[in-house]
Write a protein that binds this ligand. Structure first.
Ligand SMILES: Nc1nc2c(ncn2[C@@H]2O[C@H](COP(=O)(O)OP(=O)(O)O)[C@@H](O)[C@H]2O)c(=O)[nH]1
Ligand SMILES: [Mg+2]
Length: 376
């Protein structure tokens, strides 16, 4: 699948740049194109300057020069700003990469202002102009240590509400660190979190593009399948299990024992993927699901695929499942899982509740007899 990536705001720009790097890797290692173009939109020149220069022409930074009205900190001010600047933004993009792309992917941190407000505005415009291409949101939820900041919580709630209305699917990434709850302090740590986020999509985007003879597994999973799967709230995860002893290169077929242990590795990789889903969710709440297995051709066998399919069907019984496999890895099994059309996400409810509570707390006077805490 080829994506046209648009990252908005600081978080969005850094991730757009990671997707451009990912595309560079795909072109070099797998000879396929997975990002037709990546745009990094920001009103902050310093952020655009700090983006690592992708080795390809895929990334195009666009500076939005206008002034953000209002406080400049809320999702609302970001959305107004983007509405006012959208014509200039689209003319700067000059349609590069629009026609080759299978889908649009808009990326932002939900807790900020520009990206948080900008994603729904651009999504709406893209949906009106390109009716046949799906528009996906890749939304990064705030880190745990930001959850006491009323502005971040408010922005996140507003962003989630509007993204839900205008995108075909919204893939949520919790805490930017896959729910690890870690305090991301350094630029390097943030960069590695961003690299991990982009890498989650590597196999999924490559698989359909690598549909040439020797890479093809038993089931091909292409852009059409991904489009069929992605709908509404979604989560993605990748897991990997290394094959311990490598098969001797001249030994073509596996014996019974080897086959069994290779299958177990694939199952282990799927468990890891489910454990590392980008947002905490109950699998039985998913209306659609997908898994993609990547193994070296010499380890592949039919049981493996059957076993993974049965497992995911069992865990997500209400989901319409799509499956695929390809020979993309060296000495390990890697499984990508997507669960989509999630009807309920506790994390989203928490943000809505928290935002509502913060509003009530800021508007109601303290109850009589209650001692007001005046500590800073
Ligand atoms: N994963 C990740 N999250 C980030 C990054 N930068 C910011 N964030 C998150 O995104 C939120 C929005 O921040 P920012 O992108 O600066 O806002 P904007 O520039 O107004 O769109 C922050 O509260 C963080 O939670 C980043 O590089 N990676
Ligand atoms: Mg910013």
């Amino acid at each position: 699948m080829k994506l046209l990536v648009i990252g908005i705001g600081d978080c969005g720009c850094r991730l757009a740049s990671e997707f451009a790097q990912l595309d560079h890797t795909a072109r070099a290692k797998r000879r396929v194109v997975i990002v037709s173009r990546a745009y990094a939109l920001n009103n902050d020149q310093a952020c655009l300057n700090s983006l690592p220069k992708a080795k390809t022409e895929t990334l195009q930074p666009i500076l939005i020069r206008g002034l953000m009205a209002g406080d400049g900190k809320s999702t609302e001010s970001g959305a107004n700003f983007m509405r006012q600047e959208s014509d200039r933004v689209f003319s700067a993009m000059r349609l590069g990469g629009f026609f080759e792309a299978d889908a649009f992917m808009l990326i932002a941190g939900a807790g900020g202002a520009l990206g948080s407000g900008g994603v729904p505005v651009l999504a709406q415009i893209l949906k009106e102009r390109y009716v046949d291409k799906p528009v996906y949101g890749l939304i990064i939820l705030p880190f745990d240590y930001e959850l006491d900041d009323p502005q971040r919580v408010h922005n996140t709630a507003i962003c989630l509400k509007s993204v839900d209305k205008v995108t075909d699917a919204a893939i949520l990434i919790d805490g930017g660190g896959f729910g690890t709850g870690q305090h991301v302090t350094t630029v390097e740590h943030m960069a590695s979190v961003n690299r991990d986020i982009a890498h989650t999509f590597y196999d999924l985007l490559c698989a359909g593009e690598m549909m040439v003879g020797k890479n093809m597994g038993t089931n091909v999973l292409d852009a059409g399948d991904i489009k069929q799967c992605l709908s509404g709230w979604s989560a993605i995860g990748v897991g990997r299990a290394d094959f311990s002893e490598s098969l001797l290169p001249w030994k073509k077929s596996q014996d019974f024992k080897e086959k069994g242990s290779a299958t177990l590795k694939a199952v282990e990789a799927m468990s890891q993927a489910l454990l590392h889903l980008s947002v905490d969710c109950k699998l039985e709440n998913a209306g659609r699901s997908l898994y993609l297995l990547s193994v070296p051709a010499r380890y592949a066998n039919v049981d493996m695929v059957k076993m993974l399919g049965n497992r995911l069907r069992e865990l997500a019984p209400n989901a319409e499942m799509r499956e695929g496999s390809f020979y993309g890895s060296d000495n390990y099994a890697q499984v990508t899982v997507v669960v989509s059309e999630l009807i309920y996400l506790e994390r989203i409810k928490q943000f809505y509740d928290r935002a509502a509570r913060l509003i009530t707390a800021s508007t109601s006077p303290p109850a009589t007899g209650q001692i007001r805490d005046t500590r800073p």
